[in-house]
Write a protein that binds this ligand. Sequence first.
Ligand code: PLP
Length: 460
Amino acid sequence: MTILLNSVESRDAAFVLHPYTNASQHLKDGPLVITRGEGIHIVDSEGNKYIEGLGGLFCASLGFSEQRLVDAATRQMKELPFYHSFGGKTHETAVELAERLIQLSPVPMSKVFFANSGSEANDTAMKLVWYYHNAIGMPEKKKIISRMRAYHGVTIASASLTGLPNNHRDFDLPIDRVLHTDCPEFYRYGRPGETEEEFATRCANSLEQMILAEGPETIGAFFAEPLMASGGCIVPPPTYYEKIQAILKKYDVLLIADEVICGFGRLGTMFGSESFGLQPDMIVMAKQLSAAYQPISALMINEKIHSAVVAESEKIGTFGHGFTYSGHPVATAVALETLKIYEERDIVGHVRTIAPVFQRRLNELGDHPLVGNARGRGLIGTLELVRNKETKEQFKPTDGIAIHAGKQAQVHGVITRALGDNYSLCPPLIITEAEIHELFDRSTRALNDTYTWARATGLY
Ligand code: PLP
């Protein structure tokens, strides 16, 4: 591309280090400059309009032009643009939001702690696992089990929970005390002749073996996204969570549900935990909590954890954890308004109504020559691109198949991101049926072009 001197593009290359970007390639390609949003669309600096096929980063649930959220932020900024909640200070929107989240929770919860990002909320959950076990006199019960291909964030603790090599390599992660058990993706890890339920049993047995090998007295918690999104939209097989939770219970291991993507309607239920029957001790939320109009995350804890925090305060004093912007007034006001909109417009009901159309179109693409597996739930889904449909042979990472498919999608007016070899879709929850068809028509054209390219270059 031609980059003009002093353009946004050239200044971007000069000054910005981009998250999740190939830094070397970026200097050659330059950025895509986004200038505005409109419903489920975004528009770039050249006036091209795209469907945001991934809802930004799985978060822009109400699209990009929701005036009510702008008004809520403006009102709050005029009244009280900032105050903190250290030392027992508070303000009304934070209180109301906490109360509302406790009401919405799929399991009884006691308190809400606010942070700014999913990573920070997961860090907080991990620290609370340790704090809790110290408080109850089990200081050795500190190891945490996560899963391979899980995604829980990028701070030192949350990146350690994440089970993707790219988040560990050369960052000297994961830290000690974090272990990774099997990824419950049947398509890739199920054995020939094995049923999904047998695979679920094998995953649960493997978790139990890990707990026994480490010593149950050393295992404090298990972190799980109900549906694993960034690792490739992995929908655990039937009976998986039933079996996993029985083992957690048997060895007295806390369960933390990371609802950063599944929370607030994505799967056709308010929380992903409802969709899979999870009974967590803590729930992590972010992204759709504020429809992405403000950075905010929250951690809900049950009374068992909360009473341990209270006991620790009686013993050692102040709970030594909190962020300057925990419960920021503008962020909490926007999140509160977001929850009101979800309720008034019955967003969860809308997802339930249109998800069958989304999933049908997704599954139809399972027949495409490049697609090994189509899977999803609610309004999230992925097409796993493979070199050979019969043998499930994968492309080499250097082939960049999904990156190419993403570029083709952009040509056809869809924004998505390559997640491994997955062409992933997770549109704003407000998408209409007609827009779902448009999204899949364009995606089909992108995959066709990718297939032609793969054949022409000898990759396929
Ligand atoms: N947890 C899950 C399930 C996520 O998908 C993400 C981000 O995609 C995070 C945590 C981290 O959130 P953040 O990027 O806000 O730190």
